[in-house]
Write a protein that binds this ligand. Structure first.
Ligand code: BTN
Length: 258
């Protein structure tokens, strides 16, 4: 049975009372399902048996060690394009974690990974469901690695870490969730008053890799080149010296002076 947790009554668009499950298949799948939910509903789980990642991958985290939650949102299509929510969520997680950590090398990587000391500590999966003519119905799913021990990040998880594995400190998941939800709520407030450009601007400010050499893997092709910036549709602009490509979906790695 789910329980309700009051997170912060100052939240404006996000419902201050969130729904908590000990175990669920996936918080994204739950909100994308048949039932309808008011905009601003948040589902938070201690464990997901079928957590979903980007590009059809799985997202796994041991019970009670990560922050796994999703926000249901509806938005007027004329006010902002769908891709802005990917950036809005990343900016919200960044700003929320900034307050929790106080310092540390936090960075955003296109499209929406959050890195600490160059290790991925958070993944974001934005999915939309049967949107109506003028409204998007979307789910913003966020997984933040909080208290997994260093030994968890072995083998194919070497590029990832948790707040604990990187800082050596354990964190209270609800306290982190509160900061992130407040920051995302501020983003939704900005977007409501036409602030899509401001959100993209903040994303660029938090991404130190613009102008760096990167490798882009679309799953079908791999290109190395200069990360020139983000286009109007949220695409990554890659310049390999001969061709400038607009990348819609891919995995990106940073080529440190290679
Ligand atoms: C990525 O691959 O980087 C995105 C991972 C997103 C994981 C989160 S955990 C909470 C929410 N529920 C899911 O099933 N996935 C997202």
């Amino acid at each position: 049975m789910p329980t309700e947790v009051v997170i912060d009554t100052r939240l404006k668009f996000i419902n201050p009372t969130i729904i908590h499950y000990k175990t669920i298949d996936s918080t994204n799948a739950y909100l994308l399902g048949e039932h309808s939910h008011p905009g601003g509903t948040v589902i938070w789980a201690d464990y997901q048996s079928s957590g979903q990642g980007r590009r059809g991958r799985r997202w796994q985290a041991p019970a009670e060690q990560a922050l796994l939650f999703s926000i249901y949102w509806e938005h007027d299509k004329r006010k902002a394009p769908l891709h802005i929510f990917t950036f809005l969520a990343a900016v919200g997680v960044f700003e929320g974690l900034q307050q929790v950590l106080n310092c540390g090398d936090l960075a955003l990587k296109w499209p929406n990974d959050v890195l600490l000391e160059r290790k991925k500590i958070c993944g974001i999966l934005v999915q939309s469901k049967n949107s109506h003519e003028n409204r998007y119905k979307l789910v913003i799913g966020i997984g933040v690695n909080i208290n997994q021990p260093p030994a968890f990040f072995r083998d194919d998880l070497k590029q990832a870490g948790s707040l604990f594995s990187i800082t050596g400190r354990r964190y209270d998941r609800v306290a982190v969730l509160r900061k992130i939800l407040m920051a995302i709520d501020n983003g939704l407030i900005a977007l409501d008053s036409g602030g899509a450009d401001e959100i993209l601007q903040r994303w660029k400010e938090y991404c130190p890799f613009i102008g760096c050499r990167i490798r882009v893997d679309t799953g079908e092709e791999t290109w190395d080149g200069l990360f020139e910036g983000v286009g109007a549709a949220g695409n990554l602009i890659l310049n390999d010296g001969r061709v400038r490509r607009l990348i819609h979906a891919a995995d990106v790695s940073i080529l440190n002076g290679e």
